[in-house]
Structure formats: structure tokens, C-alpha cells
Design a protein around this ligand. Structure first.
Ligand code: GLY
Length: 332
């Protein structure tokens, strides 16, 4: 008897995580994917429920923490070493209003039962920070992963588990499978009209270390810089700097002001980055929902959905794969 066939539409981090998990549960899995590089290719790869948090986002925090636990307890099993590029986040503030913002987040996290560790000596933890940056907190369990290495590793794991690849689809009626999972990010509404997912553009830079530069940072550094936010995510060969956030339809043009603001803020936080090579500027489209929560669950008897992960696609991939696996087992 053949295994039940599952078609996953979307080959980004969410589609791949869902496919790998379903294959492990005995499904015959086919992933329909485009040749284009989507948001998973551009992402910073931070697994950061605390430092992405803000009062009012209790539900996001809860699923983010659940997913971070899965990252730390098995999701990386069987994947190559070296995917994790940082094991702590350091969140810092530049001016007094920025410090007040951080204190708001820290108090809220504490009230939720997930305290962070405050510091007034941030440069002791990350000596590359600019002089004058003192205030911040560490989120000691947060991680960062090399997004591209992870996507490649998940693809290989899927192949090893027998997952097949197929071209993208524009109509669910074309999909020959017992169950379909719509996991194609901002394109999901083209397959299921009415899904409330919209593209939110984010420009991201990749800076490459050069001989003679100061050593790479060890932590993810997130900073509030005169009201704007920037993050610096270590990679083996440099730093990912992100990200702008604005709504401009499906435009992925990298614009001058976006790059300028990111570079200004990155160098204000860590002046040594000024000596790095500006290796890449790219923009991705986050699939955002009106309430900021992902759309993960059943649409009808044969159709599930896993999209709308907004700023947290990498963080929420393990949680999403488990939710879909549970739905497929009929246990949710
Ligand atoms: N997770 C960070 C971003 O979406 O820019």
C-alpha cells in the first residue's frame, strides 16, 4: 500500500520544515517550489522571541518561546554543524529614549515570567560596541542561524527522506495529492483567496570581514538607535545587517535610503563595521498578517495552511512543522 501523498506548496524554510517532519511521519511528500529566492534567502536568521517582543504581543511570545525550545531540543538533529552562528542576543540602546524602550520590553518580559538580564556594561560583553553604549540586556537562550546554510541543509535532509521536488503551482486543482499544505509565503492568497497575508518589505545587507578588520562580533546585537532599530547577526565570514520594514506591494528594489539608514545605524552601534566589505544588498517580502500571528492550521478536509510568519519565519519553523504534523495526525 502506498503512503498517503502530501503536497507542500512552497520551498522556503516553512515548507521545508513541514516537508521534513511529514516525511519522518511516513507521508510521501512532494514540495512544489519556484526557482526564485524568496524571503528565506534574505533573512537574518535570528531566533529571537524575547528581543523581537513588545507589550501586547503575548501570543507571539508564547509560540516563539515554544519554537525556540524545539530549536534547542531536536530541530537541528541530523543537520550539519555550523548552522548556529550565535548563542546569545545583546540588545542595546543608544539614547535615553532608546533606553526607556528597552526597559519597557524588559519589564514586560519579566511580567510574562521570562526575564532578561539587564546590563549597564554592554561593552564588557561585546567590546566592538561604540563607546558610550552602556545600557542593554542579554537574552541568554536566543540563537541565530545561517539562513542559507539551514535552507540547504533542510533541502538535503528532505532529499534523504525521499521528498520529491516539483514546479510551482498556480491552482490547487493542479495538485495531485491526498493533502495539500499552502506554505508559499506572500503567494498563499493566489491559491486560497481571502487569506489575509500581505508583503512587508525588508532590506538586508551582508558585510564581509576583510583582513585587517577588527574580529567578528560573537553575539547577535540588536540596537535601538534614536528610535530606529537595527540588528547585526554574526556569520562565519561577516555580519548580516537588517532590516528596514515598509509596505510597498511586491517591490524588492533595494533603495538608497534603506541602505544608508542601515549602514548609518550599524556603524553607530559598531564603528569597526565601516572597514568591512559591503558584499550584498537584498530585499525580501515578509508574509505579514493583520494580528501578527501566523496562519497555521486546516482550511478544509484536504488543505492546510502554514504562512503569515511575518518577521519570525525561521524562529517559528519548528513549531509550525509540529502543528502541521499534529493536524495531519488528526490530533489537534
Ligand atoms: N526577523 C527580522 C526581520 O524580519 O527583519
Amino acid at each position: 500500500m502506498r503512503n498517503n501523498m502530501l503536497a507542500v506548496i512552497g520551498g522556503g524554510v516553512i515548507g521545508l520544515a513541514v516537508a521534513r517532519r511529514a516525511a519522518a511521519d511516513g507521508w510521501s511528500v512532494r514540495v512544489h517550489r519556484t526557482a526564485e529566492r524568496g524571503a528565506s534567502w534574505v533573512a537574518g536568521g535570528m531566533l529571537a522571541p524575547h528581543s523581537e517582543g513588545w507589550p501586547g504581543e503575548e501570543a507571539q511570545l508564547a509560540i516563539g518561546l515554544e519554537s525556540l525550545k524545539l530549536w534547542r531540543t531536536g530541530f537541528l538533529e541530523g543537520l550539519p554543524e555550523g548552522i548556529v552562528t550565535a548563542r546569545q542576543s545583546l540588545v542595546v540602546a543608544v539614547d535615553r529614549a532608546d533606553v526607556a524602550d528597552l526597559q519597557t520590553v524588559a519589564k514586560w518580559l519579566s511580567a510574562q515570567g521570562h526575564p532578561v538580564t539587564p546590563t549597564t556594561a554592554a561593552r564588557d560583553l561585546e567590546p566592538l560596541l561604540a563607546q558610550g553604549i552602556r545600557h542593554g540586556f542579554t537574552a541568554d537562550t536566543e540563537l541565530a542561524v545561517d539562513n542559507r546554510a539551514l535552507v540547504g541543509a533542510l533541502e538535503q535532509a528532505c532529499e534523504a527522506a525521499g521528498v520529491q521536488w516539483a514546479p510551482p503551482v498556480t491552482d490547487l486543482a493542479e495538485v495531485d495529492a491526498d493533502v495539500r499544505v499552502i506554505a508559499n509565503g506572500i503567494d498563499a492568497p493566489t491559491l486560497w483567496p481571502g487569506l489575509a497575508v500581505r508583503p512587508v518589505k525588508g532590506e538586508v545587507l551582508r558585510l564581509r570581514w576583510r583582513k585587517g578588520c577588527m574580529p567578528l562580533p560573537q553575539n547577535v546585537v540588536r540596537a535601538r538607535v534614536h528610535g530606529r532599530q537595527v540588528y547585526l547577526v554574526p556569520r562565519p565570514d561577516g555580519v548580516v545587517v537588517g532590516a528596514t520594514q515598509y509596505e510597498h506591494g511586491r517591490d524588492t528594489t533595494v533603495v538608497v535610503t534603506g541602505v544608508r539608514d542601515l549602514l548609518d545605524d550599524a556603524c553607530a552601534v559598531m564603528p569597526a563595521l565601516g572597514e568591512y566589505e559591503l558584499a550584498e544588498c537584498a530585499a525580501g517580502l515578509r508574509p505579514m498578517t493583520p494580528d501578527g500571528l501566523p496562519l497555521v492550521g486546516r482550511l478544509d478536509e484536504r488543505t492546510l495552511v502554514a504562512t503569515g510568519h511575518g518577521r519570525n519565519g525561521f524562529l517559528l519553523a519548528p513549531w509550525t512543522a509540529e502543528q502541521i504534523a499534529a493536524e495531519l495526525r488528526g490530533t489537534r
